[in-house]
Design a protein around this ligand. Structure first.
Ligand code: HPA
Length: 278
């Protein structure tokens, strides 16, 4: 808790008490949303006390503070994955800090493999529910009562009103938006054909290696959550190809304008713009 407080205090001081209303996590290949932000502060993760330090990446991620569609937002450009060797507590540390900075809702994006045969590469899938197949989760251990309860409810993890609004935005604007269940696996290897079949049989529509730990931490703190997957490759019998990171990035890039549009429109629907100081 002290580490969370240290990081929060540092950010409050570095941003002149910038008060973000919404938090956003950008997934693999989906960083371009940042181009739509009127950036006020950009703080590298490695300057923030106790933030997980990037191991392999050549450049560390950044926490970006600014206005998106005239709403005050904080954006994680780059996230932490369990497969990188971080503990689950480290993976969700930034989410807890964003909540302590005052965010009222969390928006998450990721790249995922499509298990539902009705999907196509570069579709968006609004996440309606999830299955956690990560080997552990961020709430294991002594409960941090200041953050949330010991046994948080998971009966409605993804905010029903925002799912409905996203559907509406998709229909009105003709966006290729599907809905479905996301299963989170540890990775970092992709799945075998038998594993894809298994994941489909247990009820998942898309598979990826992130998001669920962050969402669990967010729901522990009772933050309303919205999450969307970009389907970067198809994992259905007959349509499985060798997965190459470059192809995943290309499919994500193709879907990026729709994803950015969807999140921006959705954020606009969440409340009035912040008053600009004269
Ligand atoms: N499996 C797991 N994670 C992924 C995939 C996949 O097929 N595609 C993108 N992220």
């Amino acid at each position: 808790m002290q580490q969370l407080q240290d990081a929060t205090d540092y950010l409050i001081q570095q941003t002149n008490s910038f008060a973000p209303v919404y938090g956003i996590i950008l997934g693999t290949g989906l960083g371009a949303l940042v181009n739509d932000i009127d950036i006020q502060y950009s703080i590298p993760y490695d300057e923030i006390p106790h933030f997980p330090v990037s191991t392999v990446e050549s450049h560390s991620g950044k926490l970006i503070f600014g206005q998106l569609a005239d709403r005050a937002v904080v954006v994680m450009q780059g996230r932490f994955h369990y497969y990188e060797g971080y503990s689950m507590e480290q993976v969700v540390f930034p989410i807890r800090v964003m909540k302590m900075l005052g965010i009222q809702k969390l928006f998450v994006s990721n790249a995922a493999g499509g298990l539902n045969p009705d999907f196509n590469t570069s579709d968006l899938m609004v996440i309606t529910d999830h299955i956690n197949l990560q080997p552990t989760n961020p709430l294991i251990g002594t409960n941090k009562d200041a953050l949330g309860p010991r046994f948080p409810d998971m009966s409605e993890v993804y905010d029903a009103a925002m799912i409905q609004q996203a559907r509406q935005i998709a229909i009105v604007n003709g966006l290729p938006v599907k809905t479905g269940v996301y299963v989170s696996v540890p990775g970092p290897m992709l799945e075998t054909k038998a594993e894809y079949r298994y994941l489909s049989l247990i009820g998942a529509d898309a598979v990826g290696m992130s998001t669920v730990p962050e969402i669990i931490a967010a729901r522990h703190m009772e933050l309303p959550c919205f999450a969307v997957s970009v389907i970067t490759d198809m994992c259905v019998p007959g349509r499985i190809k060798k997965v190459i990171l470059l192809d995943i990035l290309e499919a994500a890039a193709q879907a990026e304008p729709s994803m950015t549009f969807l999140i921006k429109e959705l954020i606009k629907m969440q409340g009035p713009p912040v008053e600009k100081e004269m």
